[in-house]
Write a protein that binds this ligand. Structure first.
Ligand SMILES: Cc1ncc(COP(=O)(O)O)c(C=O)c1O
Length: 350
């Protein structure tokens, strides 16, 4: 099976599997797991922030970050196509008493400053209004096709947030894909946000885990919230050992995933019955099936039966995500399967 549903399907590398049993361990809730400490120090250094904390998932990393930034009864400004708004089970509202203010998302993943501005009441002293306490951005933007936010735009958001006295949180689940696409150190992308969550368990291929980075004071708050949310872990150095290899060895190879994603998009563009978004800066390709007689459901099912696993991800669009388990040959085979599924013979037999 060629697995293109997500980069979360990546398996730990041989080097990770060898590092795990050798990891020095302690109880991390006592702050005594040296491997977790090593991972946290490495993440903070790479992203150019004071401190970092190892979290069990991207969802908990975002949730704890939002709760650390936002007082109960305040609003978080969040893109209406983001993971935080769509896929995180409303956690900030449930656990944090935080109100989501969904902001329209542009096709390139940006939230317009003028749209952010509209979320602020004219009179912030009027007690009727819930007040914004945080701006969040997703970079790269998953549901917008892995689009990378330009550094100039990040600077604009930062300046706007500053003018309003608010912090910025970046859901950078795939921030290393952004840094590779922009060809800049990841700290250059990270400098525009006060806090960032990024995932070790996606393209970086670790089995479990995400990091939150920010100031030492902020990370202290996240540390308390992680415990409260049930995310304190004991000998989590077993997982952190894999995360260290993610950061040390798995970043530069993301360029291969980007090349494979572009190869897939180029092949899809030449395939009759497919409409593909050709702007593919990272590892995510979105396309639609326009061939007569095909719904996306039928197409996905027939691809699956032929050995290609892909999925719909909003608005009838199909998403394909490249990762370390996918080779150039897999992409060519995936294209072959798609062409066979859409073959004239099949369409005529509908
Ligand atoms: C952009 C983005 N943020 C956050 C998450 C959540 O990460 P996790 O699945 O580790 O909770 C995902 C997961 O797919 C994601 O794509």
């Amino acid at each position: 099976m060629i697995e293109l549903r997500s980069d979360t399907f990546t398996l730990p590398t041989q080097e990770m599997l060898e590092a795990i049993p050798k990891a020095a361990l302690g109880d991390d809730i006592y702050g005594e797991d040296p491997t977790v400490k090593q991972l946290e120090a490495l993440a903070a250094k790479m992203l150019g922030k004071e401190a970092a904390i190892f979290m069990p998932s991207g969802t908990m990393a975002n949730l704890a970050s939002l709760m650390a930034h936002c007082p109960r009864g305040s609003k978080v400004l969040v893109g209406n196509e983001t993971d935080i708004y769509i896929y995180e089970a409303g956690g900030a509202a449930v656990c944090g008493g935080i109100m989501y203010e969904p902001i329209p998302t542009q096709p390139d993943g940006r939230l317009l400053i003028e749209d952010l501005e509209k979320a602020f009441p004219d009179d912030t002293t009027d007690p009727q209004f819930a007040l914004p306490s945080l701006i969040t951005i997703e970079n790269p933007h998953n549901r917008m096709g892995g689009k990378v936010l330009p550094l100039s735009y990040l600077a604009e958001v930062q300046a706007f947030a500053k003018s309003k006295g608010l912090p910025v949180h970046m859901d950078g689940a795939r921030i290393f894909n952004a840094s590779i696409a922009l060809d800049v150190p990841v700290a250059e992308v990270a400098q525009y946000a006060d806090s960032i969550q990024f995932c070790l368990s996606k393209g970086l291929s670790a089995p479990v885990g995400s990091m939150v980075v920010g100031t030492a004071e902020f990370i202290e708050k996240v540390y308390r919230l992680r415990k409260m949310l049930g995310g304190g872990m004991r000998q989590s150095g077993l997982l952190a050992a894999a995360g260290i290899i993610s950061l040390e060895k798995m970043v530069n190879r993301l360029a291969d995933d980007h090349a494979n994603a572009r190869r897939l998009a180029a092949g899809l563009a030449e395939t009759p019955g497919i409409e593909v978004d050709m702007d593919v800066p990272t590892n995510i390709v979105f396309f639609r099936v326009t061939a007569a007689g095909f719904t996306w459901q039928r197409f996905v099912e027939e691809c699956y039966a032929a050995g290609l696993n892909i999925a719909e991800l909003g608005h009838g669009r199909i998403r394909a995500v490249t990762h370390s388990g996918i080779t150039e040959q897999d992409i060519d085979q995936a294209l072959e399967i798609i062409r066979q599924v859409l073959s004239t013979e099949k369409v005529l037999s509908v």
